[in-house]
Design a protein around this ligand. Sequence first.
Ligand SMILES: Cc1cc2nc3c(=O)[nH]c(=O)nc-3n(C[C@H](O)[C@H](O)[C@H](O)COP(=O)(O)O)c2cc1C
Length: 265
Amino acid sequence: MKKLAAFYFTGTGNTLYIVKRICEKLSAQYLSELIDVTQKGDLSKKLEGADLILLAFPIYGSAPPIPMREFVAKYGGSLKGKRIAIAETQYFFSGDGAASLGRAVEKCGGAVIAAEHFNMPNNLADSTIFPVKNGKELEKTLLRAQKRADKFAQNILEGKCARRGFGVFSHAVGYFCQRKFFRKNEAEKRKKLAIDPKKCVSCGLCAQKCPVGNLKKESGKIVPAGKCVLCYRCVNLCPQRAITLVGKNPPKAQYRGFRDTESRH
Ligand SMILES: Cc1cc2nc3c(=O)[nH]c(=O)nc-3n(C[C@H](O)[C@H](O)[C@H](O)COP(=O)(O)O)c2cc1C
């Protein structure tokens, strides 16, 4: 049995869902270990002896999320000569989402043997443009994503190399339509996380679930530490709908993600 190390970042569970599906399908040849890149400690040991590395993440404005970029920056040296597969989840568009991390991986000497984009439910709950859906409304989206995950895994098993998002056109579209502007304002957006003091009851759920320890309870109040990575977990989880991030209005509906079935959400 070969070894697969699946490194992922997820805000609201979409990416973890896809990672599990891919690993399940790869289990014919690979024994997989799932590793959350936000977990504490040295992750380089997990890369050792891996025959295949899966890097999976949600796309934010055609850019990989900060924890994933930090992972590649920190462990890039250990990716040299490794076979890498990239799975990027998105609501509907990224242009070159997978390649936006893939190029950094290749600079480190990793060989990207497969890359795919998976359309998944929207988690931008405070957006006024894109509505958040849950439950039965998502059945078709999930079915399509499952099929794509199965095909992605099958291609890997058969040694077929398909790399979505690596063409020149995809690169230009991803950069000029989104990433250029998103990255320029990323630091501003990170500071935008707002907790409505009239609504917040300091239950502490957001602090408990924040993947990067950005939210802390201090003197009975929830306080951000300026480390927000824009994952929207807290916005979607807050029982009082007291948290907003990029949008101005509190969410009309929250994305429940896979938290009914996943203990970490
Ligand atoms: C800050 C932010 C920016 C996003 N930008 C995009 C985008 O450019 N294109 C897109 O299709 N989806 C975008 N999305 C949607 C997410 O990428 C998508 O819902 C993803 O599957 C969430 O994965 P997760 O549940 O693993 O966190 C964005 C979401 C967030 C929170």
